[in-house]
Design a protein around this ligand. Structure first.
Ligand code: TMP
Ligand code: ASP
Length: 241
């Protein structure tokens, strides 16, 4: 079942490559060992990173699929690859924050590490040349990046994903601080959660020590980057070694 014919590479991003398959509606996603931060200004290669993000992301997608979230993810193929429905991605990044840290602290000067009274959803315009600027829903509507109905479905799925991920990670001694989602539409017009959910796209803090178990270790030069990703995988997969 793991035999998948890889055809043309159709896209290479900072962390993944996409290939066509025999089915025009299905793509093969290959996770890379590269780290980038600050809009690609900071880069590194770390062996094993692609595998861990593929394993973590697949596990989370399997859990979300089982809980009714509409996903582009079909199945994990092997250590580095997943099959997914081909989607056209909305040019919008959706960030949900439970706790203040990162860009919101820099932008607004609010206290670091404060739990918000309710989850905060932000939208960013996906444009590397502009550094993914923050936008309002009205920008998305007026410039045609998403329709009103799309945005309400996107917000509902984002809140549902937050509740489900908190339910998954809290018993694993892990605080879900914030995360970023991307959405797409398949050839049948279905709006699907896409991209990946991994320590690249979420902030995870250890519940007892507050240790960062995500890409902030790379962004902030904290060291132990791969150990943190390995630790998240260990918690998710229930391995005790
Ligand atoms: P931020 O505090 O830097 O805005 O990040 C918020 C969340 O979004 C955090 O979990 C990291 C994630 N994120 C991405 O996945 N990709 C990005 O390009 C950025 C800037 C953040
Ligand atoms: N994903 C962005 C980059 O690769 C920024 C980040 O995650 O901090 O540059």
């Amino acid at each position: 079942m793991n035999e998948v014919t890889k055809h043309e590479m159709i896209y290479e991003g900072k962390a993944k490559r996409l290939y066509t398959t025999d089915d025009p509606n299905v793509v093969l996603i290959e996770y890379k060992d590269s780290f980038t931060a600050f809009n690609g200004e900071k880069r590194a290669e770390m062996s094993g990173k692609g595998r861990l993000n593929n394993l973590i992301s697949s596990k989370i997608f399997e859990y979300l699929a089982g809980n009714g979230i509409p996903l582009h993810f079909i199945r994990r193929v092997d250590d580095l690859r997943q099959l997914a429905s081909k989607v056209s991605i909305f040019p919008i990044e959706v960030v949900l924050r439970n706790i203040t840290t990162g860009s919101i602290v820099k932008r607004l000067g609010v206290t670091e590490g404060a739990r918000l009274p309710r989850p905060l959803i932000e939208f960013y315009y996906k444009d590397d040349a502009l550094g993914d600027p923050i936008i309002t829903e009205d920008h998305a509507l007026i410039f045609g990046w998403a329709a009103e109905d799309d945005l309400s479905i996107i917000k509902k799925i984002t809140l549902d994903v937050n509740s489900l991920l908190e339910k998954l990670f809290t018993p694993l001694g892990t605080v879900l601080v914030d995360f970023k989602l991307e959405f797409g539409r398949d050839s049948g017009g279905r709006l699907l959660l896409a991209d990946e959910i991994s320590p690249d796209t979420c902030r995870f803090w250890d519940s007892s020590t507050g240790d960062r178990l995500d890409k902030d270790r790379f962004r902030r030069d904290l060291g132990g980057v791969m150990d943190a990703y390995e630790e998240i995988w260990k918690r998710l997969s229930g391995r005790s070694d």
